[in-house]
Design a protein around this ligand. Structure first.
Ligand code: ATP
Ligand code: MG
Length: 419
């Protein structure tokens, strides 16, 4: 039997209801905050990602699905969405209409990481980005909106981790201080971090290897090296979050796996997922748009890991799976023909209706009704049709009443919507 590829997964019918609920909740919340949806291709030129995410990052070094197409052009299955959003912003000169663009997108991302719980090679993200605003107030607004999404989904065990990564003015000094520190603990670092230490020292702080985490416990922190402007920016973000009653903790060690981040950086973490504790990550990327050939516009955004979010929402919504409204148990050919007509009409009225066109007896049909979790069952045999009335059973109370066949769709509609 052919099975799916390692690290990939199917999202089965039992799960999609939850995914739809999350996607709808996010889309409607974001639209209330003035965001518009953008839909982007999955394939992009490889260079888009190597230039934006950074050559010396795990993603670009070893995780991208990159291949030459038939003409030899290198293309990549997107590992994240921000670079594509920025590409579209520049390519369609969206800034000429309005430099401020608030965009969101939902879709699959691809990274060839080691598969494990909460880590897939095709996973899904919900992204939201604000381009063109440099005020720290918008940082607070974006984090507020993200926290509100978790509230609406009744996820409680989450915390906002906040840090600032400074800017090209203050970062180099810090990087040097960090490098000095790292050369003192070199022998304790993993092989990857030995390399990162030279090429991209900030990334050592993001290493998941325990020994590395311990080695950098006393490493210098960016927030102690911020320039005046970055310091003031960060202070306003913190004050504004306090004013909006968004709880957060300062996480001096928080960096992100992509090079383009500046200033405000944040992550939503949860205790519900074991080792993969990050459900969302984001931050400012004030230099990215210009570096990709666009205008010098600042930006901030976040990405939610939809797979991980679905997992924690499921923990909180154990009994959410709902059944259907009505099952029509039709006995006999005439009754089945009638059931076809009634079920189509009722479905059009928004009443979740199921029936069964096989030749089951009443016992078998009642079993099907149970399997569907039906709230009501309509029992109609050829005999009931002749007599002009069917039986409607309330599955929670087991009470039965008689419903006239004449005008039955209207009768059922008013009965079921009233209850
Ligand atoms: P992590 O630290 O867990 O590797 P990351 O820093 O690589 O995450 P981002 O690139 O910031 O993650 O992506 C944002 C979110 O997307 C993460 O917080 C996580 O919830 C989710 N995510 C990232 N990689 C994967 C993956 N391979 N499988 C499932 N979800 C993922
Ligand atoms: Mg990662």
């Amino acid at each position: 039997m052919i099975q799916l590829i390692r690290g990939f997964k199917d999202i089965l019918p039992g799960e999609t209801g939850l995914w739809q609920k999350i996607e709808k909740t996010a889309a409607s919340l974001f639209e209330d905050f003035g965001f518009c949806e953008i839909r982007l291709p999955i394939l992009e030129h490889t260079e888009l990602f190597s230039r934006s995410i950074g050559k010396d990052t795990d993603i670009v070094e070893k995780e991208m699905y990159t291949f030459a197409d038939r003409k030899g052009d290198f293309i990549t299955m997107r590992p994240e969405a921000t670079a594509s959003i920025v590409r579209a912003y520049i390519q369609h000169r969206m800034y000429a209409v309005d430099p401020v663009q608030k965009l969101y997108t939902i879709g699959p991302m691809f990274r060839r990481e080691r598969p494990q719980k909460g880590r897939y090679r095709q996973f899904y993200q919900i992204n939201a980005e604000v381009i063109g605003v440099d005020s720290p107030l918008v940082d607070a607004q974006l984090i507020f909106m993200l926290a509100e999404l978790f509230k609406r989904l009744s996820v409680s065990d989450v915390s906002v981790h906040l840090n600032s990564l400074g800017c090209p003015k203050c970062r180099p000094d810090f990087t040097r201080a960090l490098q000095r520190f790292l050369s003192k603990v070199t022998t304790q670092l993993c092989a990857d971090c030995q390399k990162r230490k030279e090429k991209n020292p900030l990334r050592v702080l993001d290493c998941k290897v325990l020994a590395c985490r311990e080695a950098v416990a006393d490493a210098p922190a960016m927030i102690d090296h911020l320039c005046g402007e970055c310091e003031a920016h960060f202070t306003t973000v913190k004050n504004s979050l306090n004013n909006l009653s968004v709880q957060f903790e300062i996480d001096r060690r928080l960096v992100r796996g992509l090079d383009y981040y500046t200033r405000t950086t944040f992550e939503i973490q949860t205790g519900l997922l074991g080792a993969q504790s990050a459900v969302a990550g984001g931050g400012r990327y004030d230099g990215l748009i210009e570096s990709l050939g666009g205008p010098a516009q600042p930006a901030i955004g976040f990405a939610i890991g939809l797979d991980r979010l679905a997992e924690i929402v499921a923990v909180n919504n154990k009994d959410a799976a709902g059944g259907i409204d009505l099952f029509i148990a039709a006995l006999g050919e005439k009754a089945k023909t009638a059931a076809l007509e009634w079920s189509c009409a009722l479905s059009l009225c928004g009443i979740k209706t199921e029936t069964d066109f096989s030749n089951k007896g009443l016992k078998g049909l009642m079993k099907r009704a149970d399997r569907h979790g039906a709230g009501w069952v309509l029992i109609a045999g050829d005999k009931e049709l002749d007599e002009g009335a069917a039986v409607l059973r309330d599955m929670s109370t087991k009470e039965q009443l008689s419903v006239k066949i004449e005008g039955i769709v209207e009768n059922l509609k008013s009965k079921l919507t009233a209850s």
